[in-house]
Write a protein that binds this ligand. Structure first.
Ligand code: NAD
Length: 357
């Protein structure tokens, strides 16, 4: 697969969104986020998002140069409206506000609603960890038809509602869990459909509520459903994401009353805690590192090389991809270039950027 240097990819994305009307600082934040997702190995949330973002911008589902607007401030709780702005700006500003407040008060709840796609949720956990904060994030996805069934249900009733939690180490996250609550991401089902391969067992239902590994069920009528991870437990967490992120933020939920226009709107309920309010700094790191060493020190089970901490696979991917480049398949690259053109990046400027890549 063709490899693209992270800096070249970053330059291309910045140019594309500036052509689409974003201020330079906004285009930089979007590029930072998409390239970081590719570096982490989550290609479903990297440069491959360009076509969706371009389409939503041009169709009025997403607006350039908007900022996080505080709508509620009770001290410990901040309510923020994202005004359908770029999630890469809105979520960053929301976390900045929450971190500042958690420094003053020990903790802060940030209830962010109505942001365009905030991408890889781990990015926001990492922002909190870089400031020394522990954090938990519940997210829902709206403006989009439901894709995921609940445990026991035969039809889609939820989005892929991601959840993230992060425990800070001395230098960035010690542990970072960041995942969709569906067993597999929808992007992986689309890839299997295109390649005519099967999806892992337990990940899909057909349109009649029967378990299947055939990805085509998501592209025909009656449409099937992704299944939640972890049976009733993952299903329960997905429902909690809907309630905390959709209802408690005052944002939209997946209920059909809110419509499914075709954009990608995320709301996120975050709890940000200054850990040293509860535990002295030295003990915090000493004890958490002891836990990490103990957890990782287990003998590997059959089929595994070693036990890993959550967040470790992404750190390893990033190290490798920073050195070797980011693999971008030709279809994804063609889609990104076409999207850049739609945003107005054209002529010699586009040719020069693409020729360099
Ligand atoms: P995934 O299935 O790859 O799971 C990722 C989590 O599992 C990470 O915390 C990772 O460190 C951990 N992990 C993976 N392998 C491990 C191992 N061997 N040992 C220990 N831990 C391990 O991720 P996913 O569910 O496909 O989600 C991918 C991305 O999609 C996430 O970044 C998520 O935030 C994002 N997402 C975003 C939205 C949105 O609407 N913005 C919706 C869904 C998902």
């Amino acid at each position: 697969m063709p490899l693209i240097a992270p800096d070249d990819l970053h330059r291309f994305i910045v140019a594309a969104f500036q052509a689409g009307g974003s201020e330079p600082a906004e285009a930089e934040l979007i590029a930072d986020h998409l390239v970081a997702a590719n570096l982490a190995g989550h290609d479903s949330h990297g440069v491959g998002m360009l076509p969706d973002y371009a389409e939503n911008l041009l169709n009025g589902f997403l607006f350039a140069n908007r900022h996080a607007r505080i709508v509620t401030d009770s001290g410990a709780v901040l309510g923020i409206d994202g005004q359908r702005g770029f999630g890469q700006v809105i979520a960053k500003e929301a976390m900045d506000l929450g971190i500042r407040r958690a420094r003053e008060q020990g903790a802060c709840v940030v209830a962010l609603r109505n942001s365009h796609h905030i991408g890889r949720i781990g990015h926001w956990s990492e922002q909190c960890a870089a400031a020394g904060m522990a954090s938990v994030h519940f997210v829902n996805v709206t403006d989009h038809p439901p894709l995921v069934s609940t445990w026991g249900g035969a039809e889609p009733r939820l989005g892929t509602n991601p959840f993230s939690a992060c425990f800070p180490g001395e230098d960035g996250p010690l542990a970072l869990l960041d995942m969709a609550t569906s067993k597999v991401a929808f992007g992986k089902v689309r890839v299997a459909h295109n390649k005519r391969t099967q999806v892992v067992e337990g990940a899909l239902l057909d349109g009649h509520g029967r378990a299947t590994t055939d990805p085509d069920v998501m592209f025909e009528a009656p449409r099937g459903a992704l299944r939640p991870f972890g049976e009733h437990k993952g299903s329960g967490l997905a429902v909690m994401c809907e309630l905390f992120a959709g209802v408690l933020t005052g944002g939209a939920t997946i209920h059909p009353d809110h419509g499914h226009d075709g954009g990608i709107i995320n709301s996120m309920f975050s709890i940000i805690v200054q850990p040293t309010v509860l535990v002295p700094r030295e003990r915090l790191h000493e004890e958490s590192e002891k836990v990490a060493t103990y957890v990782k020190g287990s003998r590997p089970s059959e089929g595994h090389d070693e036990p890993l901490m959550p967040g470790e696979p992404e750190r390893r991917n990033a190290r490798q991809r920073r050195e070797e480049g980011i693999p971008v398949d030709p279809n994804t690259w063609a889609g990104a270039v076409a999207a850049a053109r739609k945003l107005g990046l054209d002529g010699e400027r586009l040719d020069a950027l693409v020729a360099h890549i």
